[in-house]
Design a protein around this ligand. Structure first.
Ligand SMILES: Cc1ncc(COP(=O)(O)O)c(C=O)c1O
Length: 407
C-alpha cells in the first residue's frame, strides 16, 4: 500500500504515526496508514478505498461514525463557546446521568482519555487506603502511563516499584498475593475480561471475580474496573452487570460519547472524600461539547436498544464467520464477546497466517485487525454484516490461493 502521506509524516513526526496506530502494529505496507473520512460502519483511507470497519476507531464509534444527533447536540452545547473558565451545566448533567445509570455510582469525575481515569483512580485508591501497592493483570492495557505500559523506553524502575502483577483468572496466584501483600494493597485494577493483543481473549472465571471481591473486602483495598474498552457495549449500566460482579470504581471512555473526547470515573460513596482530594485536571477537560455528545450517545443507546442488538448480531456474525471457515476448510478460532469478538486463524502461534488473512481481508474491503480485538457497533446492520460475510468468504478463497501458491 503506497502512502504518500506517510512519506511526508516520517520527516516531521517521530515514527510517522506514533502509538498503536503505527503500521508496525498491523503489517507495514499491507494496511491503510491514514484515514480520510468515515460514515456509519464505513471508513475510507487516504487513497479513497472504502472498508467495512470492525475496529470502530479502536472502540469509540459504538453508534457508527458521524451520528447526526450527536453532532447536533455538540453544536447546540457549543453555541455559547467551546472553552471557558469554569465547567458548564453539561458536566453536572452527565454526572447526574451516570449516577442514575450505574448501580455502584454515587459520584462521577471526568477527564479526556481513558488513561486519565485509570491513573487517577489508582491515586484515589492510594489516597483512600494510605497504601502504595496496586495489582494489575499481566499484559492488560490501561494506557501508556509509566506505571502500566509494556514499553520500557523512558520508564524508570521507580515508576513501577509498587505495581504487582498476576496472571488473569489464576485464583491461586491471586490468593497468594493477598496473603503476601494484602496489608499493603491499595487496590486491584482489572478489565472486565482479558483482551490482550497477539492472543485470544479470556472471559472472567466467576470464581476468580469472587476471589477478587472477597480478598479486597478482607484487606480493605479497592477494585478498580477499567471499562474503558468494553463499556457501553455490553450493558448500559456497566460491563460489571454483564459479568455479574461489583467493583468500587469504574473507568469509562471510548464509546461514552461516540468518538468525542471524554472519560469518566464513577465510584461508591465511601471513596468520595479521597476522590475530592486527588487533584487532576486539564485545560480542555470541561469543554461542553463532549459532555453533550455523551448525553446524546447514552440517549440513543437507550432509545434504539443498541446493546441487545449488538450482542445478538455480533454472535450471528461470529457464527457466520466460523461457518465460512469450516465450509472452505480453514479453521478459525473465536474468542471475546459478541460485542468485542476476535477471530483468528487457528494453529498459528506466530500470527503470520492471521496477518496474511487480515491483509487479504483489507483487499476485499473489510478492516480486520490481525492482533487486536474487533468491535461490533450499532451501524453494523444485518445488511452490512451480510455484505461483510460475503467479503470474508471472498477473502478466504483468495487467502487459500495465496497459501497454496506462496510468492
Ligand atoms: C482497557 C483500556 N484502558 C485504558 C485505555 C486507555 O485509553 P486512552 O487511549 O483513551 O487513554 C484503553 C485504550 O485502548 C483501554 O483499552
Amino acid at each position: 500500500m503506497n502512502s504518500p502521506l506517510f512519506q511526508r509524516a516520517v520527516r516531521v513526526i517521530p515514527g510517522g504515526i506514533p502509538g498503536h496506530q503505527s503500521p508496525v502494529f498491523t503489517v507495514p505496507g499491507q494496511f491503510p496508514y491514514f484515514a480520510k473520512r468515515a460514515e456509519g460502519p464505513f471508513y475510507w483511507d487516504e487513497g479513497g478505498n472504502r472498508y467495512i470497519d470492525f475496529l470502530c476507531a479502536y472502540g469509540p464509534l459504538v453508534l457508527g461514525a458521524g451520528r447526526p444527533e450527536v453532532a447536533a447536540a455538540v453544536a447546540a452545547a457549543e453555541a455559547g463557546g467551546i472553552c471557558f473558565n469554569h465547567p458548564t451545566e453539561w458536566t453536572v448533567r452527565l454526572a447526574e446521568r451516570l449516577v442514575e445509570m450505574v448501580d455502584i455510582a454515587d459520584w462521577a469525575f471526568f477527564g479526556k482519555n481513558g488513561a486519565d481515569m485509570t491513573y487517577w483512580s489508582i491515586r484515589v485508591a492510594r489516597e483512600h487506603t494510605g497504601r502504595r501497592k496496586i495489582l494489575r493483570f499481566l499484559h492488560a492495557y490501561h494506557g501508556t502511563d509509566p506505571w502500566c505500559t509494556d514499553c520500557s523506553a523512558g520508564v524508570v524502575e521507580g515508576d513501577r516499584a509498587d505495581i504487582l502483577q498476576a496472571p488473569w483468572n489464576d485464583t491461586a496466584a491471586l490468593n497468594a498475593i493477598f496473603d503476601l501483600h494484602g496489608h499493603e494493597l491499595a487496590g486491584i485494577i482489572s478489565t472486565p475480561f482479558d483482551h490482550p493483543n497477539y492472543a485470544d481473549m479470556t472471559l472472567p472465571d466467576p470464581a476468580f471475580q469472587r476471589a477478587i471481591r472477597r480478598g479486597l473486602d478482607a484487606c480493605g483495598g479497592l477494585w478498580i474496573y477499567d471499562d474503558v474498552r468494553c463499556g457501553f457495549r455490553h450493558h448500559l449500566g456497566g460491563t460489571h452487570r454483564y459479568f455479574d460482579c461489583s467493583p468500587d470504581l469504574i473507568c469509562y471512555s471510548k464509546a461514552l460519547a461516540n468518538g468525542y473526547a471524554i472519560a469518566a470515573c464513577v465510584g461508591r460513596e465511601s471513596f468520595r472524600a479521597a476522590a475530592s482530594k486527588v487533584f487532576a485536571t486539564g485545560s480542555f477537560w470541561n469543554n461542553p461539547g463532549p459532555f453533550a455528545a455523551a448525553l446524546a450517545t447514552i440517549d440513543l443507546l437507550e432509545q434504539e436498544s443498541v446493546i441487545p442488538g449488538i450482542l445478538r448480531r455480533g454472535q450471528e456474525w461470529v457464527d457466520g464467520f466460523l461457518a465460512l471457515g469450516e465450509k472452505h476448510g480453514i479453521e478459525f478460532r473465536a474468542s471475546g464477546t459478541p460485542a468485542l469478538p476476535y477471530i483468528r486463524v487457528a494453529d498459528d502461534p506466530g500470527f503470520f497466517r492471521q496477518q496474511a488473512f487480515c491483509a487479504t481481508a483489507i483487499k476485499h474491503g473489510i478492516f480486520l485487525h490481525p492482533h487486536h480485538n474487533w468491535f461490533i457497533g450499532h451501524a453494523h446492520s444485518e445488511a452490512v454484516l451480510e455484505e461483510s460475510l460475503a467479503r470474508v468468504e471472498a477473502a478466504i478463497l483468495d487467502f487459500q490461493v495465496e497459501v497454496a501458491c506462496p510468492a
